[in-house]
Ligand binder design. Structure first.
Ligand code: AMP
Length: 594
């Protein structure tokens, strides 16, 4: 942490022009009960204050309305003061839930909750009311903030009777942004209690509240700034939901700390996204900024590719220019495995822009990433542990760590291990769920703390020409290749482990298949067998195309034991907002009791 703090202090060394007052003086000068113009002395607010107040912070894409860092700080203060009026006893360590569209208002709410040293619980407006009620009951917030747009939904949450009713505070839309020039000071918090709580989509159990203290949020952001070099010159197009780590940390908090501009465009619409990307390169869009940074999930990349041919030719030409390496500085994929054909097609369309893949999860933020140097973006790999993240692979069969140099066993086979992580970026606990927290961590006797068990398996493999350190010191040595979730993606056939992701990759490389999900089904003879759910490209296959054609196509590409023995064709594979497939549910729905 010390290293992080000193690095950070160095990165925001600009002198501050605002008045600094100690808390005692503030009490003397300001009337009692009036909330002071103070923000906590934590890195996110230090950073916000150090940015040029005139710099663009947030843009609403559709209307092109924009807000500067100066107005953001002023509005956060105002919102924090309003919260303090609601809860004069203070909100430190308490939960504050909020329901807001992807907008400036969301950002102001989130930051004002952090500024109150409280724990922000973003609610997804897309969730049905009973699910939101579950989150409210579980997190027991003191206040529920809502924008006007979702006021009815917020009231509906109350109507069914909540266990502990939070105060409801409906906020009207901030249209112009404040221009207050009140002096703002930073006051240190004795023991910071604030942070973010995100609910993970459970497969069998109810969602768990992942409590990420502000120190971990900061560490996650600083790690990404170091690896991906976010800068005030970046203009990020934000296409993701804001109740998920990817949308909140990678695409919002981190660029805010770096002083970048964030443009909201949600929900994702491929054609609108193309038109926005293309705008600065068309005569009518010359007032729009060039998008330099795009982070998305694999389904977004593939839907963009799928809709490109339908664009008018002038938009196509401009869009190609927009996504070329000269303009789109960084294109990142994550939250699920990136299919190689998608990566290749994007590279071709963009004239050489290679998607950078990374691995992360709600509990840890981003953990492993490919590098900025194109040579460090290797197909099928997620790269190296990010700065300040310590990673290891744990072999459950031998009950030992797979040490560097031990990646291959005595029979020449690659050893698969669970990714385990530790360091300042890791979450604190599953809120009010001691048993799950206990189970998620494993002790180490080296005195450096316990490891978080991700539940994801990987292999580590040296890749010639990559990992030479050109993307940073952290990006060196053998690279990580995700094999999938231990619980669903590692299929055991007669004792041999098959990675569902590997089979999916091969299926997706067949021109006839546009979507694939591979699962394990119980088999008396082998323990498990490989089954696949696929979506076919109807323009390429006739109605008689079936399992025998699929098996024939995979012969020679995959060992026989890995080729699916059962295949189900669907029109669409159900996915959540982040493009993830819930395989446990899929097996139940598609294969029933088989
Ligand atoms: P979430 O907490 O919703 O972000 O989900 C985290 C999970 O997404 C991880 O545990 C992985 O199983 C999966 N995941 C994230 N990034 C990748 C990736 N690049 N490749 C494969 N799986 C990924």
């Amino acid at each position: 942490m010390f290293l992080l703090r000193t690095q950070f202090a160095a990165s925001i060394s600009r002198p501050r022009s605002y008045l600094r007052l100690c808390s005692q003086c503030q009490r003397k000068f300001f009337p009692r009960n009036r909330a002071f113009s103070t923000l906590p002395d934590i890195p996110i607010f230090k950073a916000l204050q150090s940015h040029d107040p005139a710099r663009l912070a947030i843009v609403h894409s559709k209307s092109n309305r924009s807000f500067t860092y100066g107005s953001l700080v002023a509005d956060v203060l105002q919102s924090k003061e309003r919260l303090a009026e609601k809860q004069p006893a203070g909100l430190s360590g308490q939960r504050v839930a909020f329901l807001a569209e992807n907008s400036y208002d969301y950002v102001v709410m989130l930051l004002s909750i952090l500024a109150s040293d409280a724990i922000a619980v973003p609610l997804s407006p897309a969730f049905p009311v009973p699910e939101l009620q579950y989150v409210i009951d579980h997190s027991s917030p003191s206040v529920l903030l809502s924008t006007e747009r979702f006021a009815d939904k917020a009231r509906e949450i109350y109507s069914a009777g909540l266990q502990a009713e939070p105060l409801l505070d409906v906020r009207s839309k901030i249209s112009a942004g404040s221009s207050s020039t009140n002096p703002v000071s930073l006051t240190s918090l004795h023991e910071p209690q604030g942070g973010l709580m995100l609910y993970t989509s459970g497969t069998t159990n109810r969602p768990k509240g992942v409590l990420i203290p502000q120190s971990a949020l900061t560490a996650q952001s600083l790690s990404l700034i170091e690896a991906w070099k976010y800068s005030p010159r970046d203009h990020l197009l934000h296409l993701l939901p804001l109740h998920h780590i990817h949308g909140v940390v990678n695409a919002l908090l981190t660029p805010l700390i770096a002083g970048s501009a964030i443009e909201f465009m949600f929900p994702f619409n491929p054609e609108a996204t193309w038109r926005r990307l293309a705008a600065p390169f068309l005569p009518e869009g010359s007032n729009r900024s060039v998008i330099t940074f795009l982070t998305a999930v694999p389904t977004i990349w593939s839907r963009l590719l799928g809709s490109f041919p339908d664009l008018p030719s002038d938009v196509q030409t401009a869009a190609k220019q927009a996504i070329s390496p000269a303009n789109l500085r960084l294109n990142i994929s994550g939250s699920a495995a990136l299919p190689a054909p998608t990566k290749k097609a994007w590279e071709e369309l963009s004239g050489g822009n290679v998607l950078l893949e990374r691995f992360g999860m709600t509990e840890v933020g981003m953990a492993i990433s490919c590098g900025l140097d194109f040579r460090d973006r290797v197909d099928g790999s997620v790269g190296w542990p990010l700065p300040h993240v310590e990673a290891r692979l744990w072999d459950y069969e031998k009950n030992e760590v797979i040490r560097p140099g031990e990646e291959v066993d005595e029979n020449g086979r690659e050893r698969v291990g669970e990714i385990q992580l530790r360091g300042p970026t890791i979450f604190k606990e599953y809120f009010r769920n001691e048993a799950a927290t206990e189970e998620a961590f494993v002790d180490d006797n080296d005195g450096k703390g316990r490891w978080f068990r991700t539940g994801d398996d990987a292999v580590r493999r040296p890749v010639p020409g990559s990992g030479q350190g050109s993307s940073g010191d952290w990006a060196q040595g053998p690279m990580y290749f995700i094999q999938g979730r231990r619980s669903v993606d590692i299929i055991k056939i007669g004792g041999e482990k098959v990675s569902a992701l590997e089979v999916e990759r091969e299926l997706l490389s067949l021109p006839e298949i546009i979507e694939a999900a591979v699962v394990g089904l119980p088999s008396e003879q082998w323990g498990q067998r490989v089954a696949a759910v696929v979506v076919l490209d109807r323009t390429r296959v006739g109605p008689s195309w079936g399992i025998m054609d699929l098996r024939r196509a995979l012969k020679g590409r995959l060992a026989m034991s890995k080729i699916p023995t059962k295949v189900k064709v669907l029109e669409k594979i159900p996915r959540n907002a982040m493009g993830k497939v819930n395989k446990k549910m899929l097996v139940k729905e598609v294969f029933g009791g088989s």
